[in-house]
Design a protein around this ligand. Sequence first.
Ligand SMILES: *[C@@H]1O[C@H](CO)[C@@H](O)[C@H](O)[C@H]1NC(C)=O
Length: 251
Amino acid sequence: MVKIAFNSALAQKAPGKDGESLMAEKDPEAASVYATESSTGRCLLTLLGLAFILTGLIVGGACVYRYFTPKKLYHGAMHFSEIDNDLVPMDVEAREPYYLPRIDEELEIHESVAIINVPVPRFGEGDPAYILHDFRRKLTAYLDLSLRACFVIPLNTSVVMPPQDLMDLFMQLMSGSYKTYLVHEDLVVTERIDDLGPLGYYIFNLCDGKDTYRMQRRSEILGIQKRSVEDCFTIRHFENKFVTDTKICKA
Ligand SMILES: *[C@@H]1O[C@H](CO)[C@@H](O)[C@H](O)[C@H]1NC(C)=O
């Protein structure tokens, strides 16, 4: 394309003063036809060139944008009271939120999957983690970043808001601090999972290469065998309007 434009520009310039005056003397009409044709051609070429440059800019811009802008993450924080749930709502209102412990989270949504990044808490206990809720597979996976291990349990839809509602919640959190209460959850590791394939693409991606275990709610386990020494850790997070303290014990 560049070459053509260059050639036609040359072709126009080349006849120069002599060529043009010669032609004009020989056949004035032909010369004027040549002139209008060439100016239309030049115009088209210029437009084409501009279109090319514009396309390049747009495509290039899109690439740069995609490459350099991080994925869309929603950030949210909640202050919570550690006092027993039943007493809390009134009590929390009465207190300044800034003296309460705080949980920060980052939320990423892919279709029917919500991925929550829980950083190391600045106050209080809890491991940093990635928590993945797969609404299509109806599974939740906790990747504990301190232990570098994954823990999988059926998704509890009465606790975890669906992706659209989660996004709305994070939108609300952006506009101010939120005071809430803490709910405890007691989970027990039941077995090791060797084949991650059936857990779906997203959990596979999250947990591939890490020790992965299945869990159950302690209340669901028949004949609770409370061991004297249990290996437990907690992850504090929210995917609703309250903070959940998830205690996971390796039986
Ligand atoms: C979901 O979570 C709630 C609150 O922790 C609990 O009462 C309920 O049993 C859970 N449901 C399932 C199916 O685990």
